[in-house]
Design a binder for this molecule. Sequence first.
Ligand code: SF4
Length: 254
Amino acid sequence: MFSRAWGIVRAVDRLVQITRHVTTLKACRACPDMIPPVVSGLPVLAEIMLIGQAPGIKEGPAQRPFAWTAGKTMFGWFESIGVREEAFRHRAYMAAVCRCFPGKNPRGGGGDRVPDADEIERCSVHLASEIEILRPLLLLPVGKLAIAQILPELAQLTDAVGRCHRATWHGHKADVIPLPHPSGASTWHRMEPGKSLLDAALRLVADHPAWRRLIAAEAASPTAAAPATAAPVPTKAPRRPPTTAKPAARARAR
Ligand code: SF4
């Protein structure tokens, strides 16, 4: 009885901490070449933490990560293993290597600029705080840049995707199931061996105890669908001066 009450007190305390953290995170303006606003997932106590690369041009105005086409693909993957988008957003913590839009790739090609080493380092402070508060059991890094932060020894997606790794990150040991980036610009997950490796990764996620607990919690108390106005998606980007080219140390593009 006492330990249950103590567990509830601890959970409330951690919820307060993660809520405060997200408030602080949203006020961050540490990177001069990043384009605000800061994009963050909901401040939820979660056993699962997803780590994306950085928001795209649509996510800032929408004020939620993975709000556009890549998100549609990724949430389609999750739905195929039993978790709807809104349930995931409310029951998993959605982080990223960098939380602000880096701007378009100044060299052209239609993609976004890859965050540079300084930006990644600065934003890792936020990740470290989140890991310390949440102590997640399962990490889902999405795309090469996120995978490289946790599993830097794995140079190729084919070495990382389709397996469950055990890694220590920011002083915390967790299971890591890497996923490819769901961007429409990437064909990796739609062609072999990527297609089969993605299927294997999703099976591993579906079998993970943290994922099964998420499904059980959702079945017991379903998350309401988001109202249609929850994620406005304007057609124009926030107005900011153009960014300059940056070297992408440690950064491996999608
Ligand atoms: S990218 Fe991260 S560290 Fe840089 S301004 Fe945005 S939130 Fe702050």
